[in-house]
Design a protein around this ligand. Structure first.
Ligand code: GLN
Length: 294
């Protein structure tokens, strides 16, 4: 906006066009979507509503607020943190810098969990480990009415955000949110045993792997997991069978290059059958389902 004033006032359409090229030059991913998300937030409307008001002119206050958001995004602050929410599995989740921003690829964990739980023929019990914003556990509970269970994270800040999301989506009577390190079950949850499903999107980025500027604003403890990225996945796989029913499944997300290493870890656990690798929306190996057989 600085010196490149357009002819006439800043309409919604002009703002979006300007923002796209400005953020593109700043090296921001999905610049058009970023502009739309920020402008819809400032105008307190849905993104889709912007299309019906391309010719309208935001007030000077709205323009100032929008300009400030765009500046921050050009410096790689994630849009989701600025607007305080992110869509996942068609649900809106509150997010803060205390939690990893839900990714579309993680939705496959929910689809797998829902499939398994719906096939049980009785109410299922789930544990979502490393729950972060709570997105996987909550989205699953929204799909499976009789589901109960537990969602845990080692970060107190994350559990507070997850709890808030559970309240927003009305599942606090079915899911408990607790601070816990990996599969160390909280003392007040001992009544929950033998889970049908354990889902987890743990940290798995290798320590040395470069990450995008905006990802650097997300909690390191939700991302990095040692020299080969397996420091959290390894203990999770080792402990999971003790908490699963016979026939219960571990549904675990991993990095696209870790499929073989993760399958080796699962193969080494006698109680699991052959792991099944599943692909994400981009057709990349992204998660694994392992069933406890004995
Ligand atoms: N897929 C995420 C990213 O690369 C990482 C998520 C994770 O470590 N669990 O940004």
């Amino acid at each position: 906006m600085g010196t490149e004033q357009p002819a006439g006032p800043w309409t919604v359409l002009k703002l979006l066009d300007w923002t796209r090229s400005y953020l593109e030059r700043a090296g921001v991913d999905a610049p058009r979507l970023a502009g739309e998300t920020l402008l819809a937030h400032v105008l307190a409307c849905q993104r889709i509503d912007l299309y019906a008001r391309f010719d309208s002119t935001p007030t000077p206050q709205q323009l100032a607020a929008y300009r400030e958001f765009v500046r921050r995004v050009s410096e790689h602050e994630p849009v989701a943190y600025l607007v305080g929410e992110k869509e996942f599995y068609s649900l809106t989740f509150h997010v803060t810098p205390a939690v990893l921003i839900p990714r579309p690829e993680t939705e496959i964990l929910v689809s797998e969990a829902v499939n398994h739980l719906q096939g049980l023929g009785r109410p299922g019990v789930m544990w979502d480990v490393c729950t972060g914003s709570g997105c996987v556990g909550i989205a699953t509970a929204m799909q499976v009415d009789d589901l109960t269970g537990l969602a845990t994270d080692v970060s107190e800040g994350a559990v507070a955000v997850a709890q808030e999301n559970a309240e927003r989506h009305g599942v606090t009577d079915r899911l408990r949110f607790r601070v816990a390190d990996l599969l160390n079950k909280p003392a007040d949850c001992r009544d929950l045993s033998a889970f049908d499903v354990i889902t987890t999107n743990p940290p798995y980025v290798t320590n040395g792997e470069p990450i995008a500027e905006s990802v650097k604003r997300e909690p390191t403890e939700a991302l990095r997991a040692g020299p080969n990225g397996l420091d959290v996945i390894r203990p999770l796989i080792a402990a999971a069978p003790d908490h699963l029913n016979i026939g219960g499944v571990l549904i675990l997300e991993f990095g696209i290059l870790q499929g073989e290493a993760v399958c080796d870890l699962l193969d080494a656990v006698e109680q699991f059958d052959d792991p099944r690798v599943i692909r994400d929306h981009q057709d990349l190996d992204r998660a694994v389902v392992a069933t406890r057989l004995s």
